[in-house]
Design a protein around this ligand. Structure first.
Ligand code: HAM
Length: 423
């Protein structure tokens, strides 16, 4: 019998293991970084899509097999259907493509920013609910589409000021070396290579009677250039990888050729790539992607596609970017609550770039000023001034104040930029 784990601590309900709460400061940073990612993807012609948070379980088992169920949140709904919270978005986007977009002109350039769920052991950089920013370029089997997708990932990470290493390989190379090997064994081999467990790999290959192939596998994993690859790598695979590298040079992308990159997911068929960054401990992979074919498994035609997903939470751990602070203005009053509320509403319309707040705690003027003392400005609404149509603008950093009518007030707040000018 499974032991029930308590979700209460000192009488308080806790959030589920592997999930997080985000407070305003963190959310502002996350939204800022998200906006940068969106802006760059859109500048390359990618448009946002959104798919359901949960899908039929079969969508994820169809390619990866039943063992994937161990790693995902799956459940039966009240109608007895087997469903799963999405562990990633490539399969959902391809299902959507087959359902909704198969007659649209190609290529299709989609991007997404969404939460994913995996039943993993939580640790630094590894969560049970996490966010991915990803793209899928659907309908092209050309090296230029692969280079574009890789260049886009690299451009986003550059723009975020992240220090990273991009490794580009071709999964077809190892597939070619291992052709003829039983599916079950070759998928174990791929898994061990993906996890970097090279001793276990050697042991498995030798105990499965594959010693003659082992040297070639080792040569592929350790190759430092395309010239080091064995004959069995396959000419077509090698020349494709070479062409993609030439195009990456045109984009000015910095990369390592790494034919040991095989990716953990089973659907890749061609070029694959991974991005690693320091400062994350064991979970250093911040982005992964490649070319794949999935549409035919979901009832569509066999459509080649390429994509990637950036681990947004991992990027957030190492990205120092912050949004510019907004000017904060408090409209305070001496028993003139309604006038203050009216003024604040007018100011919000005129100054959408500012934060404009009024007291909602029934405080007197002195207490309002003390509560808002870390703001940039206070606009003081007093009875006499209201009668004259004037307001007092107080610069809370310098202490200076002046009386202004509404138009002057707006102009003054517009012209004083955060931290650079005061009145
Ligand atoms: P993936 O490598 O499984 O690929 O995930 C992409 C990224 O998501 C990883 O590089 C990592 O940064 C982040 N990630 C994965 N698991 C977790 C976790 N438990 N906690 C935090 N971050 C995590 C895919 O998902 C593919 N769908 C990518 C793709 C798109 N391939 C083609 N198109």
């Amino acid at each position: 019998m499974r032991q029930r784990v308590s979700h209460k601590k000192q009488g308080k309900l806790e959030r589920p293991r592997g999930t997080r709460d985000f407070l305003p400061e963190e959310m502002e940073k996350r939204r800022h970084v998200e906006r940068i990612m969106r802006k760059i993807a859109e500048s390359y012609g990618y448009r946002e899509v959104c798919t359901p948070t949960f899908e039929h379980l079969e969508l994820f088992t169809i390619k990866s097999g039943e063992q994937i169920v161990e790693e995902i949140y799956s459940f039966k709904d009240k109608g007895g259907r087997d469903l799963a919270l999405r562990p990633e978005l490539t399969a959902p986007v391809m299902r959507m493509f087959v359902n909704e977009c198969s007659v649209m002109p190609r290529p299709l350039r989609f991007y997404y920013f969404a939460n994913c769920f995996r039943y993993e052991r939580p640790q630094k950089g590894r969560y049970r609910e996490f966010w991915q920013f990803g793209v899928e370029l659907i309908g092209s089997d050309e090296p230029e589409s692969e280079a574009e997708v890789i260049a886009l990932a690299s451009r986003i990470l550059d723009e975020l000021g992240i220090d990273y290493e991009l490794h580009v390989g071709h999964v077809g190379i190892l597939r070619n070396v291992l052709r003829g090997v039983e599916d079950e064994i070759s998928s174990k081999i791929f898994r061990l290579i993906d996890k970097g467990q090279l001793d276990e790999l050697r042991e498995l290959m030798l105990s499965s009677g594959l010693e003659s192939l082992y040297n070639d596998v080792e040569a592929v994993i350790q190759a430092e250039s395309l010239e080091d690859l064995p004959e069995s790598a396959g000419k077509e695979n090698v020349s494709r990888l070479k062409r993609v590298c030439e195009l990456l040079d045109v984009y000015g992308v910095k990369y390592y050729v790494d034919t040991g990159v095989v990716r953990g997911l089973d659907y890749y068929t061609g070029i694959v790539f991974e991005v690693y960054a320091e400062g994350l401990g064991a979970q250093k992979q911040i982005c992964g992607g490649g070319s794949y074919r999935l549409a035919h498994l979901f009832g569509g035609e066999d459509v080649p596609s390429t994509g990637f997903a950036i681990g947004f939470d991992r990027v957030m751990e190492i990205c120092g970017l912050k949004p510019a602070e907004k000017r904060r203005v408090a409209v305070v009053h001496a028993n003139q609550l309604e006038e203050a509320v009216k003024l604040a509403e007018r100011l919000r319309r005129e100054l959408p770039e500012c934060v404009i707040v009024t007291d909602v705690m029934g405080r007197n003027l002195r207490k309002q000023l003390s509560h808002f003392s870390d703001f940039d400005f206070a606009v003081i609404v007093g009875k006499k001034e209201v009668e004259k149509g004037l307001y007092t603008l107080k610069d809370l950093k310098s202490g200076k104040q002046e009386e202004l009518d509404f138009e002057e007030l707006v102009n003054r707040l517009k012209s004083t930029r955060q931290g650079t000018q005061s009145i």
